[in-house]
Design a protein around this ligand. Structure first.
Ligand SMILES: [Zn+2]
Ligand SMILES: [Zn+2]
Ligand SMILES: [Zn+2]
Ligand SMILES: [Zn+2]
Length: 216
């Protein structure tokens, strides 16, 4: 019985492919769709990990043609790899909720950045595994070990908003007082001006009377 590496190192499970995959793309060792295929000189292809492990653990022969074979003699199965690279496959984290369907060639990059990748909560004592995209929300709002509970955040926010409101109100009050003062001053000056003009008017009338008297 040939050595079977664990699932993690094996090819892609056929159930992950959007369309049915031809038999020729299966690895004869893990029976999955080939991942990074390598072949013997008779063009028998296998996943790179599968065939390297077989040559290391079982025998230095091709599992299909039984010809002598070493890791150094393996050749990349370019045609097979190119064809598989365009197949649509589900994300490694589909089981965690990712709905993406990606070309095999883009899978690695997607998986690295996938928001459904598992990460651990960084709060002390919490060992919960969460989706990468939920990390911040969990750590700051949902986690029962979060450093500052969310209602405190709300209170601080409210206090801050209140204090800035108070400051604005204080400034407006001060401005109102100042305006009242300015208004009062203007009124006083106006009264003065009026008083002055009345006085001038009165003096003018008196002068006119005097002139008339003189004329008479
Ligand atoms: Zn394989
Ligand atoms: Zn062979
Ligand atoms: Zn994903
Ligand atoms: Zn947590």
């Amino acid at each position: 019985m040939a050595y079977r590496p664990n699932d993690y190192e094996c090819g892609y499970d056929e159930s992950r492919f959007k369309n049915a995959v031809d038999e020729n793309f299966r690895c004869a060792i893990c029976l999955n769709v080939m991942k990074d295929a390598r072949m013997c000189h008779n063009q028998h292809s296998f996943c790179r990990k599968c065939i390297e492990e077989h040559l290391r653990v079982n025998a230095q022969r091709c599992p299909q043609c039984q010809d002598n074979l070493t890791v150094a003699a393996l050749l990349p199965s370019r045609v097979i790899n190119n064809l598989i690279s365009k197949f649509k496959v589900s994300c490694d984290y589909a089981i965690r909720g990712c709905k993406e369907c990606i070309n095999v060639e883009d899978l690695e990059r997607h998986v690295e950045n996938c928001g459904f990748a598992p990460v651990l909560c960084s709060n002390e004592r919490c060992d919960k595994e969460i989706n990468k995209r939920d990390k911040i929300k969990h750590e700051t709002e949902l986690c029962k070990y979060r450093k500052i509970p969310s209602h405190d955040f709300a209170e601080i926010k409210e206090m801050f908003q209140q204090s800035s409101k108070d400051q604005v109100k204080m400034s407006i009050d001060k401005l109102n007082v100042k305006m009242e003062q300015v208004k009062a001053e203007i009124d006083k000056k106006l009264v003065d001006v009026c008083g002055l003009s009345t006085k001038i008017h009165k003096e003018m009338m008196e002068s006119k009377g005097e002139i008339r008297n003189i004329q008479q």
